[in-house]
Design a protein around this ligand. Sequence first.
Ligand SMILES: Cc1ncc(COP(=O)(O)OP(=O)(O)O)c(N)n1
Ligand code: 3NM
Ligand code: MG
Length: 561
Amino acid sequence: MSADKPIVWTIAGSDSGGGAGIQADLATMTDLGCHACSVIASVTAQNSVAVNGVEPVSEAILLAQLDTLLADLPPRAIKIGLLANQRQIHLVADWLLTHIRPLRTKEGQPIPVILDPVMVASCGDALAAQVKTQGEEGESSTQPMQSQSKQGLQMQVQPKQGGLDFTPFRGVLSLITPNLSEFGRLLGEATTSRDEILPQAKMLSNQLACHLLITGGDKGALWQNEWAEDLFVCNEVAHTSTIHQHRGFRLSSERVDNPNHHGSGCTLSSAIACFLAQGLVLHDAILMAKAYVSQGIRFARAVGAGAGPLAHCGWPAGLTSLPLIVDAQMPANAAQPFNFPKLQRPIGVYPVVDRLETLEQVLAAGASTAQLRIKLVDDGRADIKPVGAPDESALEALIKEAIALGRAYDAQVFINDYWQLALKHGAFGIHLGQEDLCSADLEAIAKAGIALGISSHGVFEMALASQLNPSYLALGHIFPTPTKSMPSNPQGLKHLAHMVALWTPNCPRVAIGGIDASRLGQVKQTGVEAVAVVRAVTQAESPGEAYRRLASMWEVAHGAR
Ligand SMILES: Cc1ncc(COP(=O)(O)OP(=O)(O)O)c(N)n1
Ligand SMILES: Cc1nc(C(=O)O)sc1CCOP(=O)(O)O
Ligand SMILES: [Mg+2]
């Protein structure tokens, strides 16, 4: 196996029409740089307009596929799609609980398992047994089903009354991705209003002990119009900022107007599995997978008489917008349209320092932009060495002085964290982390005409931060760094390049974390507009000299082609 091609499994049904199911999963996984393995649970006789038969494979061959793959091609992530009946659900769930739940990735994490609870094809025909359509007794899964047209099909399944029950998967699932109508079926009741979905979603997420993404792509409710709204409920997501680990979000995206979207649910869930396999955190994997599906629908073409399959165009790039992300407790239009000042000069190399003396040295060496980042820990170097409570007046004096230095050198000096003091003394700019955003008075900062820089760790936080129209977006941490203890994993150059290519905000992006002279060139090649450095300047014998050297290296390094 090639080290950079993680193995991803799909356990699903074959779509003879080539648009959904196993075929969509394999195309997605290969397209996203994974090695795709398939466990075929059923064979469907399907084209773009109808499902004319579904036949589950035997228990023996279902288990043999799983055992055989595990012996040689262990998964880095698993996607589960169509399981044809309750018996298959029990078999696969038991097998995963026994064989996959004990496994860990090399980073010590459980193997992500994504369940897309498919029951009905996009043409409206039932795929799974026991999923009843109007006027149908809903049975023998081994018999070819009667073809049904889309019109007039009304699902009546109630899990506790003969519908599919996915609770056997409890304990092995990471994420379940029903669309709105599947969500209703899982609950055994029709989804009612937009507001009632959040408590219902939390309930299902608790029942199955996994994160939940309800997709709104199927226009299954009144509030799903030209914007498709997904609901993401999570609990304890590893390696993301603590503030986002236990939350619900609504993700709204402009609907791509193309009737050719066959297999979009399969593609979304397999893309999430691939992005997780490539080391993205769940929030980022979901956002990237949504971008992949939007791109796929945008370029999809009809093949037969019905809806055509999604196009597979590689890692998403060149998007014109990112989904609007809103806390699920807030009204849909809660994101505040602030307008922080644009920077007057390019950032280039951005020294982040903890002493006034160093600040003055880098400004004197020509830095256009610098940051005073005081952390009240006694590391023996900082200007303030607190014993017990922070010394408020010393802190205020330092911040005042830093602002004055910025003015004296006509530089863009940002104050980290202490936004009240920065506001009080008229700083050029303030830098805030994702956690700080909840407590800071952004309206007052914007009104005062103070520039704002915001930290982000991954695509999800980048999208969230960009909604505030900041003056710059920091993308961290790119490489391991001892300077700060981080909940997130390093992004690495590859993910940085993907993030930069995904979409261009209307402010500069600054890469931070573990960057020094030896890495400057590679970072610039990703296309990011600027770099921030702490140790590369603060630990140099001459911070001014170190800044000058980095700045001239940055100047001559090649950017993205
Ligand atoms: C340019 C830049 N990027 C990121 C940070 C980190 O800010 P934050 O997340 O608030 O963490 P602390 O710096 O407060 O530890 C930054 N300061 N500057
Ligand atoms: C302060 C800070 N913020 C980060 C982020 O990712 O938000 S990484 C970081 C430390 C960067 O230090 P160095 O250049 O010494 O590696
Ligand atoms: Mg901070």
